[in-house]
Write a protein that binds this ligand. Sequence first.
Ligand code: ADP
Ligand code: MG
Length: 217
Amino acid sequence: MLIAQNIKKSFGDLQVLKGINLEIQKAEVVSIVGKSGTGKSTLLHILGTLDSADEGSLIIADQEISKLNPKQLAKFRNQKLGFIFQFHHLLNEFTALENVMIPGMIAKSNQKQLTNKAKELLDYFGLSDRLTHKPNQLSGGEQQRVAVARALINDPQIIFADEPSGNLDNVTSEELHHLIFKLRTDFNQSFVIVTHNNELADMSDRSLTMEDGLIKK
Ligand code: ADP
Ligand code: MG
């Protein structure tokens, strides 16, 4: 599903990634742990094609990322990849349903199919009575489930999550973690998750530790 080889990245004089090698299989949940400032988010952004590496190669779903021009890359990212962030970045002026539909609208999917799919996803997440609520009318856990539904709207090959339970309370975090593994079971969904949460790291198929710009052996 994803093969990263010898990924290197510096910001000025600071070399943050020193040659990362990583493979993710289909339906695999891989967590990345490590101290603050070790480059976990930087790695996740590069794997998610949101930032580019200085060196190394990245292949996702048989596509070599460096061969795509910016327009192709934007399309690839929108159609094949999903993202869940700690601060969910839902758009406050749109309803839950509209927020879930946004990545599909960018992909210019059929509007009616898209609406139905977004409703199905929100139903799957137990949010069918929250379709017209705005984000500020939803609880933190509900907002995060909307964000997960949004990440799924284009059937991504892989979902990247940066501290997805970072600003949730324990009970809500646990719900989110169970949801992640339910998606893995129900849809063979692959995940790469940066987390400080030990429970989530322990539940993962593999938990990798980053240290000093490398994945610790
Ligand atoms: P983590 O997610 O593990 O806490 P980050 O990947 O966010 O770590 O950051 C790793 C290091 O790279 C930090 O020292 C951070 O200050 C630096 N860094 C991250 N992004 C940038 C950037 N855009 N410009 C300059 N330095 C950055
Ligand atoms: Mg980070």
